[in-house]
Design a protein around this ligand. Sequence first.
Ligand SMILES: [Fe+2]
Ligand SMILES: [Fe+2]
Length: 207
Amino acid sequence: MDKLIREFDVALRAITGTTRARRASPADAVGQDDTGLDAGQRRHVAGLMRVNHVGEVCAQALYQAQKLTARSPAVRAQMDDAAREEEDHLGWCSQRLRELSDRPSLLNPLWYAGAFAIGWIAGRAGDRISLGFVSETERQVEQHLDSHLQRLPAQDLRSRAVVEQMRDDEMRHGASARDAGGIELPRPVQAAMRAAARVMTTTAYRI
Ligand SMILES: [Fe+2]
Ligand SMILES: [Fe+2]
């Protein structure tokens, strides 16, 4: 029962955005405010950071489901460690949204539920597939964050600092999943994951 409440708490905090980051936001190291951004740019940046925030809500759900379904204690611990770093990302993205006087996605409960279901399926398929799923997810997220670094205004050093640190962390998560024995997922699965991510990113930019 204790465990169930703890897991439910993770979900609630992710959805409501009350997650607390353990590491300070990389944006805090940037001595700059947002006065260099005009109204249109602020809206654009907020859209991108809302997408990233949803990505991190999904990361919480995926890692939680994959932790709960992991067969070996080592894999369970690995999922738990990564989830903790993703909590930092979630906190940094919501802080950035607040700074821009904007809000997270209204569909967060839906994103969470969808990602949890996918993570559950991946986890039930076995540890090596589950780790392979982490590796592929993190690879796609890394590419996605790279594209955001192209699309963010050059002068928005605060958002860039957050996205750059997230990208470095995601690369590490992917690499350790591969080191732990994650297999390469079949191409059609990779393509389906990319398609699902596209639905999420286009929707979350606005809603
Ligand atoms: Fe992340
Ligand atoms: Fe990650």
